[in-house]
Design a protein around this ligand. Structure first.
Ligand code: TYD
Length: 138
């Protein structure tokens, strides 16, 4: 996988005087079956989250509130995706190093995963990530 395999997905929007509504369905807007959801909030200014890669877990990330950058790295190239609208999601396939930075005040990141939590699925060492990428292991 390379950064070219990441994609921004525009989610449906129902704009209404009563307030707006968006939604996402698995295998449709989110291109996998969802096994896990988690969210990140109350991030202090200047903090970074998620410096790691997954061997099996695919992800779909939405900025439900506020804004942040997702920096995706395939070992050769890096790309920064700004998420700042609740109707855009970022699909991140397996085997990419990704970090979330520049969280605005009160930002709220909702993440969907294709796998249950498994700490063995995480690659948290960047050198190890590069080695696995070079060897074609991920
Ligand atoms: P961590 O992976 O450090 O968060 P991030 O990648 O956003 O920087 O996760 C923080 C803690 O939460 C860590 O001890 C593992 C735990 N955790 C779970 O138990 N289940 C989960 O689904 C997630 C995402 C994390």
């Amino acid at each position: 996988m390379t950064i070219e395999d990441c994609k921004i997905v525009e989610l449906p929007r129902f704009l209404d005087a009563r307030g707006n509504l968006s939604f996402a369905e698995q295998q449709k807007h989110i291109p996998f079956e969802i096994k896990r959801t988690y969210w990140i909030y109350d991030v202090p200014g200047g903090e970074a989250r998620g410096g790691h890669a997954f061997k099996e877990n695919q992800e779909f990330i939405v900025a439900l509130s506020g804004a942040f950058d997702v920096v995706v790295d395939d070992g050769v190239q890096k790309k920064t995706f700004l998420l700042n609208r609740s109707y855009f999601g970022l699909y991140v396939p397996v085997g990419l190093w990704r970090t979330m930075v520049n969280f605005s005040t009160n930002s709220f990141a909702l993440e969907f995963g294709s796998e249950h939590y498994d700490k063995e699925d995480y690659i948290r060492n960047y050198e190890e990530f590069l080695k696995m990428k070079t060897n074609g292991e991920i």
